[in-house]
Design a protein around this ligand. Structure first.
Ligand SMILES: NC(=O)c1ccc[n+]([C@@H]2O[C@H](COP(=O)([O-])OP(=O)(O)OC[C@H]3O[C@@H](n4cnc5c(N)ncnc54)[C@H](O)[C@@H]3O)[C@@H](O)[C@H]2O)c1
Length: 395
């Protein structure tokens, strides 16, 4: 069994799907690694490190695809909406593909993968269970995004984060509000605290309160209750516009008093709710910073510009998309561990075991045998349900 790692081709992407440290673990399970030469360089993993751990380097990208039984990537066609298409002709029938597919994004890209007769697994669809925790790439990337968002804000803010008592007077700590206390939001709280800022956070899921407190953050209580705030998978649910209008009204004063606002309130497969309006930004002090981690999904701030930084009335609004990609060394390390855990689960006795009785395999498999097979994806795009497939069997 050979897993191939091509160089990422999304413009500016520096991450790599596997790092040298995971290669021995894969080899122990009978999985050899081939990697496109130079694939890890921008993340801080030179070719020689891969070779030392036993990977075979291949100069030609096409050859990685022809050699491998399994392709491990970060941004697959769909998630790579700029250049991902170029890989389609390289995929071969029966090949397994693992990566970010953006499975609730565009049905066409999934159908194009299906037409290539590949078994494509989407890491975004990983179930949120204890068993799958080590394979949860979304949480890995969210962790990095939350961290990096705070660093960007601190670097942009014309103030310091910590409280200082100096001979030149006392400096007040930065007040940071985090909206959406999921994995990214929680890591943002922890990072604000490490820098000495004061972190407050709000989430519509009541369960978030305890987590915010455990990180030393203040929980902002709003006199408003979300309907079924959390779905069975642990994700926040979409609310109606009147709920969001009420939220905006209640959040207004706290936002105006914050030096930094980090928004991370996203709903899977949906446009993000606008929680910070133009008027609310106008009430913030000049020099304040908003980092909108929901930018790629439409943004939580009305003034966020897609993948750009805007300055409006002296307030900087950072809407850059790929913050995890800006920390490529650790993003690659975490992702490589997630992918490796998944591959060790998928490959049994040297063979790909598509056991659809297994929740992890069933939930993440998006295309197989020429069709889009994921029940969740089919339901999302209103495709008719497929007959349940027989369990077991190799790819
Ligand atoms: N294996 C596991 O059990 C596992 C893995 C990952 C995450 N989780 C948990 O799942 C939860 C969600 O994490 P996530 O990072 O995937 O979330 P996410 O990235 O999907 O969403 C971010 C947060 O925004 C919140 N949000 C959405 N709309 C909002 C609104 N209008 N107002 C305020 N907040 C809003 C959501 O409740 C969520 O907490 C967390 O509690 C996390 O700890 C569990």
């Amino acid at each position: 069994m050979i897993v191939g790692v091509p160089r990422e081709i999304y413009p500016g992407e520096r991450r790599v799907a596997l790092v040298p440290a995971v290669i021995p673990n894969l080899k122990k399970a009978g999985i050899d690694v081939v990697i496109e030469a130079g694939a890890g360089l921008a993340a801080g993993y030179p070719d020689k490190d891969y070779a030392e751990k036993g990977a075979r380097l291949i100069g030609k990208r096409e050859e990685v695809f022809t050699t491998a039984d399994i392709i491990a990537q970060f941004l697959v066609h769909g998630a790579n909406d700029k250049s991902g298409q170029a890989d389609l002709p390289l995929l071969k029938k029966g090949q397994v593909l693992v990566g970010f597919l953006r499975p609730l994004g565009n049905l066409k890209t999934l159908q194009e993968l299906a037409e290539r007769q590949v078994s494509a697994f989407s890491v975004e669809l990983m179930p949120r269970t204890t068993r799958a925790q080590s394979m949860d790439a979304l949480s890995s990337m969210a962790t990095i995004c939350g961290y990096k968002a705070v660093l960007l804000a601190a670097d942009t803010l014309p103030r310091m984060f910590p409280m200082l008592t100096t001979a030149a007077g006392t400096i007040a700590p930065a007040r940071v509000l985090i909206i959406g206390a999921g994995v990214a939001g929680l890591q943002a709280i922890a990072t604000v605290r490490r820098l000495g800022g004061v972190a407050s956070a709000y989430d519509m899921r009541p369960a978030a309160k305890e987590q915010v407190h455990s990180l030393g953050g203040r929980f902002l209580e709003l006199p408003i209750e979300a309907k079924d705030a959390q779905d069975a998978r642990g994700y926040g649910t979409a609310q109606d516009e009147s709920f969001y209008a009420k939220q905006r009204e209640l959040l207004g004063n706290t936002i105006a008093e914050s030096d930094v606002v980090i928004t991370a309130a996203v709903i899977p497969g949906k446009k993000s709710p606008v929680l910070v309006t133009k008027e609310m930004v106008q009430r913030m002090a000049a020099g304040s910073v908003i980092v909108d981690l929901a930018a790629e999904r439409g943004g939580n701030c009305e003034l966020t510009r897609p993948d750009e930084t805007a300055v409006v009335d002296g307030v900087t609004i950072i809407g850059e998309y790929n913050l995890a990609g800006a920390v490529p060394y650790h993003a690659s390390q975490m992702y490589a561990r997630n992918v490796t855990a998944f591959l060790l689960h998928l490959v049994k006795e040297g063979k790909v075991n598509l056991n659809l009785q297994d929740e992890i395999i069933r939930e993440t498999l998006v295309t197989h045998g020429g069709d889009v097979v994921s029940a969740r994806v089919r339901e999302f795009f209103s495709l008719p349900a497929l007959q349940p497939a027989p369990a077991g069997g190799g790819a």
